[in-house]
Write a protein that binds this ligand. Structure first.
Ligand code: G4P
Length: 524
């Protein structure tokens, strides 16, 4: 059906580690009926960890390093929740995931406010005007004053604020949450328990509220609610969709508070698939031919099967299983026999999918992050970034008979976007570049577990790598010749300049006006 895409809501949750993203994800899946048991997201994680060794790092450090997709139905809509790794060393992966969503939920810990990683991820959302719902979590614990938190969001992120759900007390005084929009009081029949009661009210002055909440808690909460209603603009869906206003929901994911109001808000107001910019034109989700792009590749999801899955966000059309799609970069047509849908706990073969959906295409290393697929049209979706690595290391191989395995590991994991690999113009040892040091640990761990190659790293005199370009090919050639010892090429043969320090880079930029030094590159 032509308008199927309008039922899609594709979103991600962004947060600083520990703010409660995993807990909220799980509660959203329960609210959507996708899982029954609380704890299932973690259980699923544990199973995954048990299956593949490289997840050991995640286990050891208690962090989540992979992104995945969870699809569930809610209120007649199809929700695609894209999970993002919280740790900043994997922010590249997160940035790319954010290119595949139409909106985001920003989770903030009520005791901590906006933390560094929240802020960085928010900036990425802002670049793309992604609408954001703010969920201030953990109000069942002592937190900061709600107005102080609202001011922080407003000032640090320069967003208009529209409070939607207000906490009635916090910490030991916490009695529930009040939905200012629907005039509903969400509470528990057991003091301090999980949310299991919802009571319709006339407004914050409703005498029934006074029967349920002790006066000293209610008076402060009522004052807060009056101010929240009076001092902030009304929620403006248009302004939210344009990325200027954020509705704010106070809640407790752990105790199930404000999960329903959150998912209802997403269902009612979050945008359906948006038009996607490509190099030649803008693609509308309502168009008939299928288009999409790869925002993530994950190799060896199942160690026994050496599989690789390209995660494709569909941008238009009605995808049908068995369809032939053109991989625009190579010009090759690919028959998509067994596309995968990612349900909360399972994978399933997809028969059809629409703009906004994410399908997994199993492949043998032919698809890479940034690839565009179409039904024949030559176009390339833009805005999927690669970042100049800030950590560079030379790779050393423990057992020199394993060169082939090491190569395969580096190539595969570069395709996956975990690392970047460079070949120096002089010398033969490969250089790997990463944005965060944990990526190096994952590389070594996966090279060992999946490719049986023992690798270690050697420091380099270089601190950063930048792509170099010029409109004048001769100028570029001369520059490359003059700096040969500091030149390498990436896996697409693009030249890269390796700088020993920020100072050296600045100096080189100043003295080579015809050359551009780029910190990000659009994936080709
Ligand atoms: P993350 O994915 O953003 O890193 O956060 P996660 O959901 O794992 O939550 C981090 C910690 O915060 C967990 O505690 C979790 O139980 C707790 N938490 C999440 N939401 C709430 C909430 O609404 N209220 C309270 N009080 N706590 C919350 P943990 O002790 O680190 O883990 P666990 O042992 O409970 O699993």
């Amino acid at each position: 059906m032509a308008d199927e895409f309008t039922r899609r809501r594709t979103f991600a949750i962004i947060s600083h580690p520990d703010a409660g993203k995993t807990t909220l994800t799980e509660k959203l899946l329960v609210a959507g009926g996708a899982i029954q048991l609380a704890g299932a997201v973690k259980t699923r994680g544990d199973q995954r960890r048990a299956r593949s060794d490289w997840m050991k790092i995640e286990q050891d450090r208690g962090i989540s390093v992979t992104s995945s997709v969870m699809t569930f139905d809610y209120d007649g809509l199809v929700c695609n929740l894209l999970d993002t790794p919280g740790h900043e060393d994997f922010s590249e992966d997160t940035y790319r995931t954010l290119t595949a969503v139409d909106s985001a939920i920003m989770v903030i810990d009520a005791a901590k406010g906006i933390e560094q990683q929240t802020r960085k991820l928010f900036e990425v959302c802002r670049l793309r005007d992604i609408p954001i719902v703010t969920y201030i979590n953990k109000v069942d614990r002592e937190g900061r004053d709600p107005f102080e938190l609202l001011d922080e969001v407003q000032e640090m992120l320069a967003l208009d604020i529209a409070p939607r759900v207000w906490p009635i007390g916090m910490g030991t005084d916490f009695r529930g949450c009040y939905d200012l929009h629907r005039n509903q009081f969400w509470t528990s029949d057991a003091p301090g328990g999980a949310c299991n009661l919802v009571i319709d009210m006339e407004g914050p002055d409703d005498p029934r509220l006074a029967e349920l909440v002790p006066p000293h808690i209610l008076s402060a909460a009522k004052e807060g609610m009056e101010l929240a209603i009076g001092a902030y603009p009304e929620f403006d869906p248009q302004s939210y969709r344009e990325g200027h206003m954020t509705p704010v929901i106070f809640g407790s994911a752990l105790k199930d508070y404000s999960v329903k109001p959150l998912i209802s808000l997403i269902a009612e107001h979050a945008p359906p698939p948006r038009p996607s910019p490509a190099d030649t034109r803008i693609v509308e989700p309502s168009e008939n031919p299928v288009t999409g792009f790869v925002f993530k590749v994950q190799a060896n999801m199942d160690k026994n099967h050496r599989d690789r899955v390209a995660f494709v966000r569909l941008c238009s059309g009605e995808f049908k299983r068995g369809m032939k799609l053109r991989q625009v970069r190579t010009g090759k047509d690919v028959m998509v026999h067994s596309p995968i849908f990612f349900l909360a706990q399972d994978r399933e073969i997809v028969d059809e999918a629409y703009a906004g959906d994410v399908i997994g295409i199993p492949n043998h290393g032919t698809m890479r992050v940034g690839d565009t697929f179409s039904e024949g049209e030559t176009l390339r979706f833009t805005g999927i970034p690669a970042f100049a690595p800030e950590i560079l290391r030379r790779v050393r191989l423990g057992d020199t008979t394993k060169v082939k395995q090491m190569r395969a590991a580096l190539e595969d994991l570069a395709e996956e976007g975990l690392i970047q690999v460079f070949k120096p113009a002089i010398g033969s040892q490969w250089i790997v570049g990463v944005v965060g040091v944990l990526q190096l640990d994952v590389l070594a761990s996966r090279a060992r577990a999946e490719y049986r190659a023992e690798i270690s790293y050697e420091g380099l005199p270089y601190e950063m790598a930048c792509w170099i370009k010029s409109d004048d090919p001769q100028a570029l050639k001369t520059f490359i010749e003059s700096k040969r010892s500091a030149i390498a090429t990436d896996r697409d043969e693009n030249p890269v300049f390796l700088a020993k320090s920020a100072w050296e880079l600045d100096y080189t930029i100043k003295n080579n006006e015809g050359i551009s030094f780029l910190k990000t590159k659009e994936l080709e």
